[in-house]
Design a protein around this ligand. Structure first.
Ligand SMILES: NC(=O)c1ccc[n+]([C@@H]2O[C@H](COP(=O)([O-])OP(=O)(O)OC[C@H]3O[C@@H](n4cnc5c(N)ncnc54)[C@H](O)[C@@H]3O)[C@@H](O)[C@H]2O)c1
Length: 324
């Protein structure tokens, strides 16, 4: 397979590129270098990718890349990915996460792709107080972000059915790990501590997420790319649930800071209370399982953030307006 990946300078996309480099697999990668991108994330994979700065909404440019590179497989990570931003500026989410995906589908359709792996999210199912989401659970998104991702899933499904397009949808749970942009909970908490400020926690921090270490996530996506069944949806979760407040307290413990650093703030509108995937299908069919225990992954992540504080602190300017 000649693999093209999008959103590859982002958090999960770059972890996938680094994993491929470890396996000796060369990629063609595309990213428009939006605010959450950083090419530093790709330094460890130097020599294993050919980079195109291109926007997935720009059909001409994407066509030109496909014409030149003739990929046989695509993994689409590119997206606007932050729920809070989608509440403040929803249109770029619709434009990128829906229209951008459709451009990729249209261009890919012209080339005889073997597979198109679309990275969706557990958030498309909405929230669930008890029990788990199956791949067949109806979509019921809550935020402009998750609605845009759900709409993209429907487009992918429509292309599967109408054009026999060889697509697979992956729905990962909350990813965390090295190089995550510090607008997301874990690196944001570390950044706030480094700045000597309080950590904003929505409501009482009771919201539950299923935490998946990004390297496990990249490995699962690779399994799906290689062995996943065309036309299928795969949930990708670790089974490790934590309340946000537990995560923040874990960070404080690692950094030896006390709980006075926590500031409970007004809840996010429409905040989903809990996500939990049933990931039996990928475990049974493809033999993938998350390896990293949350406590170990958190320690590694927090320590990495603390020892890369210049990188983290350097992102603050772009994040600050979210917390006004
Ligand atoms: N981070 C998570 O916890 C999580 C969980 C489930 C699913 N996902 C999904 O995984 C994917 C990757 O998430 P992430 O956390 O790495 O996001 P990210 O925000 O870190 O990275 C997204 C990347 O996409 C690029 N991008 C944005 N718009 C683009 C465009 N128009 N054209 C080309 N590139 C563009 C950005 O420059 C960035 O490099 C997304 O589709 C997201 O919805 C993320």
């Amino acid at each position: 397979m000649k693999i093209l990946t999008t959103g590859s300078a982002g958090f999960i996309g770059s972890a996938f590129v680094r994993l491929m480099a470890q396996k000796g697999i060369k990629l063609v990668i595309v990213d428009n270098l939006d605010y959450a991108a950083d090419l530093k994330r790709l330094e460890a994979a130097k020599g294993f990718f050919k980079f195109y700065k291109a926007d997935i909404r720009d059909q001409k440019k994407i066509e030109a890349v496909f014409k030149k590179e003739k990929p046989s497989a695509v993994v689409n990570f590119a997206a606007q990915s932050h729920v809070d931003r989608s509440i403040k500026e929803p249109f770029i989410f619709t434009d990128t996460n829906i229209r951008g995906v459709q451009v990729l589908l249209e261009v890919s359709k012209k080339y005889s792709l073997e597979r198109f792996v679309h990275i969706s999210t557990d958030e498309v199912y909405g929230d669930i107080e008890h029990g788990e989401f199956l791949e067949t659970t109806p979509l019921n998104p809550s935020s402009p972000y998750s609605a845009s991702k759900a709409a993209a899933d429907l487009l992918v499904k429509a292309y599967q059915r109408t054009f026999k397009f060889p697509a697979i949808i992956v729905r990962p749970s909350n990813n965390y790990g090295l190089w995550q942009y510090p607008e997301k909970l874990i690196p944001l908490a570390v950044l706030k501590i480094l700045r000597g400020e309080k950590i904003p926690v929505y409501a009482q921090g009771k919201n539950v997420r299923e935490w998946l270490y990004v390297e496990d996530s990249a490995a699962g996506i690779f399994e799906i790319l290689e062995k996943g069944k065309i036309g299928e949806v795969y949930n990708l979760g670790s089974g490790q649930e934590k309340q946000n407040i537990e995560v923040v307290k874990g960070i404080l413990e690692i950094l030896k800071a006390d709980e006075s650093r926590i500031e409970f703030v007004k809840d996010r509108p429409g905040h989903d209370i809990r996500y939990k995937l049933n990931s039996q299908k990928i475990r049974v069919e493809l033999g993938w399982e998350a390896k990293v225990k949350f406590e170990q992954g958190l320690e590694k992540t927090v320590e990495w953030c603390a020892s890369n504080k210049d990188w983290l602190l350097g992102k603050w300017k772009k994040i600050a307006p979210l917390y006004k």
